[in-house]
Design a protein around this ligand. Structure first.
Ligand code: SAM
Length: 306
């Protein structure tokens, strides 16, 4: 399977662990006849779903603002034209009023959940790093750029909104705000799962608390699923290696490669990370490998049955 649009495009929302650049590689590892649903229990920004564009999908995340945003886009409540009007108006106010306008919109978003406000704060927050406190309220500070919403930036966001809206038009996609366990409980033999859980111990906030027990539980659920799956995961960095993953997915093929994330304020968040993609073929994990990664990414290595 390939990315529908060739070169990957970025979605209007940015989340931690966004996979835009990796979408073509992930898509190239999907072996699926598209008869069932593309099931994505950790949707995040939607970068993979929007680039792969399956005909049917269950796109889920426990983060309410993300699901509300995509539902609003799907229903036509949000359009590129509405986003343009909104960002022009609020962008002008941001320029004259400065940080106080950002914090007023952040407060309004936390009180009402308005998806346009969500887009605004996610694109004007510090380092683009969305964080929610223990009460589930967005608490990232302002990026300190009152001139943030210049015409070219608004156009860029509107193009991303239009692209996402076009991607879902005519396709049978369901957006659900549910825990991953509920999402995976309903998968069938013809479905295909792409799982991209939060990284254990990194970026932990209200929607991204993830520990070893969660990782183990997810690995068991994926291995027991009646269909094929791919699972993106953190393999390590220059300090540490994710040994647990190799245990949990012993016998499964795992492709790894280096990747840099550009979201984040601190140096530690900007180190190269080793990403992994676990390739699962239901209960028949050993026989179905047909991929040929040679030459596509020289930095990539493989783990798996020899
Ligand atoms: C690494 S991000 C996914 C990134 C996504 N693939 C992308 O390209 O943007 C993980 C996502 O899992 C969601 N999440 C965290 N815990 C969850 C849970 N228990 N059930 C469902 N989603 C969860 C977070 O809200 C976050 O959006």
């Amino acid at each position: 399977m390939h990315c529908a649009a060739g070169k990957p495009k970025a979605p209007p929302i940015k989340t931690q662990g966004i996979k835009t650049k990796l979408a073509p590689f992930i898509a190239s590892r999907v072996e699926w006849d598209r008869r069932g649903r593309w099931v994505e229990p950790f949707l995040g920004s939607g970068a993979v779903l929007l680039n792969v564009r399956p005909p049917r999908a269950l796109a889920a995340d426990s983060c309410a603002p993300i699901i509300n945003f995509y539902r609003a886009l799907q229903s036509g409540q949000i359009t590129a034209a509405r986003v343009e009007t909104f960002l022009q108006r609020e962008g002008e106010r941001l320029q004259t009023e400065g940080a106080s306008r950002y914090y007023a919109i952040r407060e309004r978003f936390n009180d009402t959940g308005n998806p346009l406000d969500f887009l605004f704060v996610s694109r004007a927050c510090f380092n683009g790093l969305m964080r929610f406190n223990r009460k589930g309220r967005f608490n990232t500070p302002f990026c300190k750029k009152p001139e943030r919403f210049r015409p070219a930036y608004i156009t860029k966001i509107c193009n991303q909104v239009q692209w996402a809206s076009d991607a879902m038009r005519g396709r049978d996609w369901e957006f659900a705000r549910v825990d991953w366990r509920e999402t995976l409980a309903g998968v069938g033999e013809e479905d295909f799962i792409y799982a991209d859980p939060p990284y254990a111990g990194r970026h932990a906030d209200y929607y991204n608390a993830w520990g070893e027990t969660d990782g183990l539980e997810l690995a068991q659920a994926l291995k027991g699923a009646p269909c094929r799956f791919l699972c993106s995961t953190w393999m390590g960095n220059r300090f540490r290696r994710n040994e647990r993953l190799l245990e949990w997915f012993a016998g499964y093929r795992i492709e790894t490669f280096e990747h840099y994330y550009h979201l984040g304020a601190t140096e530690s968040l900007r180190h190269a990370m080793q990403e992994g993609l676990v390739i699962g073929f239901g209960n028949d994990c050993s026989s179905a490998w047909v991929g040929n990664p040679k030459g596509q990414d020289k930095r990539r290595r493989e783990f798996g049955p020899s």
